[in-house]
Design a protein around this ligand. Structure first.
Ligand SMILES: [Mn+2]
Length: 237
C-alpha cells in the first residue's frame, strides 16, 4: 500500500544510511544533538538502518555478532531518536539492506514475505513502537518533495540524485540516501539532495566498496521548502 502524500508544519530532518552495527557512535551523537537543537516537526530515516550482512545473498565470512544482536542494537538506536522527538512523527524507509531478509523470503517462501515476515517493520515492531514504515522503491511524498532511499548509486557526489531526477521524472524535488554522499543539485525547476551516511569507514562487514567521497551528514527540508545539507566536519589525522 503506497503511503499517501504527507504534510507537516516546520522543518524536516532526514537521517541517512546508518548501517547498524557499523554506525559511527560519534556521528549518531552529533545527529541527536542537531535534532534536539533544531526541534524539527518530523524525522525521516532514509533507509539502510541495518546492514543485514548475515542475510544477504553474498558469501559470508565469520563476524563478531549475530543478526539478532544487530536488530536489538538498531531498536535501541531508534528509541533514542524517538525520545528526542517525543510525539512528533518519525518515518522509517526501507533501504536495500533492510530489505535483505524479506528478499530472501520473496525468492524462497513468497507467501511469508507477502504477510510481512522478514520486513524490518515486523522484525523491529516499528508500528507498535510508534514509527511510520514506508516500504518500496518509490518512497513517499512529504511537503511536496519525493523522499526515497534511492535505487541508483553513482560515482561522485550529486550524480546519484541527478540520475533519479532524470530517470524518474516525477517533476518534484527528490531527497535520497543510499549513495552515502552529500550533494545539493539544481536544475531549472527542481532540486535534489543526497544526505550522506552515518556509518564508520572501517565497517567490520563491508560487502560494498568504500568510496572516498562518502560523507557524514543530515538533510534538512526547511519549513519554507528550501533544502539544506548539514555536513559533519571530520578532523582528518
Ligand atoms: Mn546504504
Amino acid at each position: 500500500m503506497p503511503v499517501e502524500p504527507q504534510r507537516v508544519k516546520g522543518d524536516v530532518v532526514f537521517v541517512p544510511d546508518v548501517h547498524v552495527p557499523g554506525e559511527d557512535p560519534d556521528a549518531i551523537e552529533w545527529a541527536l544533538k542537531e535534532i534536539q537543537a533544531r526541534r524539527p516537526a518530523a524525522l525521516v530515516f532514509l533507509g539502510d538502518l541495518v546492514d543485514a550482512y548475515h542475510v544477504s545473498g553474498f558469501d559470508h565470512f565469520p563476524v563478531g555478532w549475530t543478526f539478532g544482536e544487530e536488530l536489538a542494537k538498531a531498536g535501541r538506536l531508534l528509541q533514542r531518536f524517538k525520545a528526542a522527538m517525543g510525539t512528533r512523527p518519525i518515518w522509517v524507509l526501507e533501504g536495500n539492506h533492510d530489505f535483505r531478509p524479506a528478499k530472501q523470503l520473496v525468492r524462497r517462501v513468497p507467501g511469508l514475505a507477502e504477510i510481512g515476515v522478514g520486513s524490518l517493520r515486523s522484525l523491529l515492531k516499528l508500528n507498535e513502537m510508534g514509527f511510520r514504515w514506508v516500504a518500496g522503491e518509490r518512497g513517499f511524498e512529504l511537503n511536496g518533495v519525493r523522499v526515497l532511499h534511492g535505487v541508483y548509486a553513482r560515482k561522485w557526489s550529486g550524480n546519484s540524485v541527478r540520475a533519479h531526477l532524470e530517470k524518474l521524472r516525477w517533476r518534484q524535488p527528490v531527497v535520497m540516501g543510499h549513495c552515502h554522499r552529500l550533494a545539493l543539485v539544481h536544475d531549472r525547476t527542481v532540486w535534489g539532495m543526497e544526505c550522506g551516511w552515518l556509518g564508520l569507514r572501517d565497517h567490520p562487514a563491508m560487502d560494498y566498496e568504500w568510496e572516498d567521497d562518502w560523507a557524514q551528514g543530515l538533510g534538512i527540508l526547511q519549513a519554507d521548502g528550501q533544502p539544506q545539507i548539514l555536513r559533519r566536519e571530520l578532523v582528518m589525522s
